[in-house]
Write a protein that binds this ligand. Structure first.
Ligand code: HAM
Length: 426
């Protein structure tokens, strides 16, 4: 039977790649002093639908159903409403600003296409309780450093920065009634993707056209971004950023700065996107907690596609995969009769933190060595007629020593000290 469209199987080689993305995401977020949190994958549909804070598009893409207790539930399409709900409930327990990150699956009933699946992983980084430009730029710097961590450079990607506030000012100055604002923003978000006539029809009730929106975008007001750009310049990161008012973002809750990360050739969907959402926590709590917030989400799908298309990024991935392949020690057992001795060695080394494998069935010694090498093991330990001495072989250099089995762990550790590569932290 086949799996569902838009859902992925992770075979070991896929899981290893996922682990690579996972580790880098966590490493960079922690470097910025973010703490990890998590929430449920299933939420009440009301979290997305009741106040329609996320916007109409997300509602159409909701994976929702009624559970056996007749509750209306939805698989989370994004993390931000969950985060806002959690923060509104327990905000008093945490010092501000709160810098939180989370990594996990999100679900959207979208048409499967390049860069878009129905289940994907998303890293979310958010700063809550600070409304200053300093947290805006910290967020953008984090997005830039995430990209750099995977091996992408200034010629590869750009962070396009815009302002929902500038858009709101423009729309309100045109006398558009507030109930029509979401549809104008949605049309603006689709300006490069949807058909002009369809968009004009959507804009007509607000008395606007695509041409009006383009004129606003072309006449942008970069002065408002000067403090942000000065902050990024002081970090040496201003070269990664472009002011581009064509960025609007599809989600409804943004109130100020918005941004998206793109590959420079613009052949792919956005790698990440986010912005400031100063009203969401008040809207999703009981209203007593109100707090400025900014954050972004980065998905693993477009990112992984881009890594595989980019020589330096895929070389870094392959190097990581190679270093994380195989175990520290493959035991080579010459004679089945010595399995008890081999099992003793196996357990002793594992107890000391080494990763060790012992074949379930004895085959020819040459075959066992071949299997060990192919699996990426770093050492082989041969248990044979010289017992209690064993042969320790470093597989890459083919250097061999004979040691008493009781000193194996010590020898392995010494090898690591002398730069013989090994993964175990033992
Ligand atoms: P978003 O732009 O909807 O923002 O999603 C962020 C990223 O998630 C996208 O740039 C893309 O990489 C990935 N993504 C979204 N949908 C899919 C999909 N169907 N398949 C694969 N990847 C996808 C948000 O979700 C906001 N909640 C981000 C945020 C956090 N804003 C503030 N804090």
């Amino acid at each position: 039977m086949k799996g569902l469209p838009g859902f992925r199987d992770f075979y070991p080689e896929d899981a290893a790649r996922r682990q690579y993305v996972w580790e880098k995401w966590r490493a960079v977020a922690e470097r910025y002093g973010f703490s990890e949190y998590d929430g449920p994958t299933l939420e009440s549909t009301d979290l997305y639908a009741k106040k329609n804070e996320s916007g109409a598009e997300i509602l159409q893409q909701l994976y929702n159903f009624q559970d056996k207790g007749e509750r209306n539930v939805a698989l989370r399409p994004e993390m931000t409403p969950t985060l806002a709900r959690m923060v509104a409930a327990r905000e008093k327990n945490y010092r501000k600003p709160m810098k939180w990150f989370s990594m996990g699956p999100c679900f959207r009933y979208e048409r499967q296409q390049k860069g878009r699946l129905r289940e994907f992983l998303q890293l979310n980084c958010d700063i809550l309780g600070d409304g200053s430009t300093a947290s805006d730029s910290e967020m953008i710097a984090l997005a830039i450093d995430l990209m750099r961590e995977f091996g992408f450079a200034g010629e590869d990607f750009v962070v396009r920065v815009s302002s929902r506030k500038a858009w709101m000012d423009f729309i309100l100055a045109r006398g558009v009634s507030t109930d029509l604002i979401p549809s104008v923003l949605q049309a603006a978000d689709k300006l490069e993707r949807d058909h002009e006539d369809a968009l004009n029809a959507r804009l007509a009730p607000a008395g606007l056209t695509c041409a009006d929106l383009r004129e606003f975008i072309a006449g942008g007001s970069p002065e408002a971004f000067a403090p942000l750009l000065a902050d990024l310049k002081a970090r040496g990161l201003d070269g990664f950023v472009e002011i581009d008012l064509s960025i609007v973002r599809g989600l409804a809750y943004y109130t100020g700065l918005v941004f998206e990360v793109f590959d420079k050739s613009r052949s792919m969907r956005a790698l990440a996107g986010g912005g400031r959402y100063d009203g969401l926590i008040a809207a999703l709590g009981d209203g007593s907690v109100d707090m400025p917030a900014i954050g972004f989400g980065m998905g693993d799908v477009v990112l992984s596609n881009y890594i595989s298309e980019h020589p330096a990024a895929s070389a870094a991935l392959n190097q990581w995969l190679e270093a994380h392949r195989g175990c520290d020690v493959a035991i080579v057992l010459v004679d089945e009769a010595q399995r008890p001795e081999a099992l003793g060695v196996l357990q002793a080394l594992r107890d000391q933190g080494f990763s060790v494998e012992l074949p379930f069935q004895v085959t020819k010694v040459g075959k066992q060595f071949q299997t060990a090498e192919q699996s990426g093991a770093r050492h082989a330990v041969v248990i044979g007629s010289e017992w209690p001495l064993v042969k320790l072989k470093h597989l890459a250099t083919r250097t061999e020593t004979q040691v008493p089995h009781s000193e194996l762990a010590q020898s392995l550790r010494k090898g690591q000290e002398h730069g013989v590569p090994g993964r175990s932290a033992a």
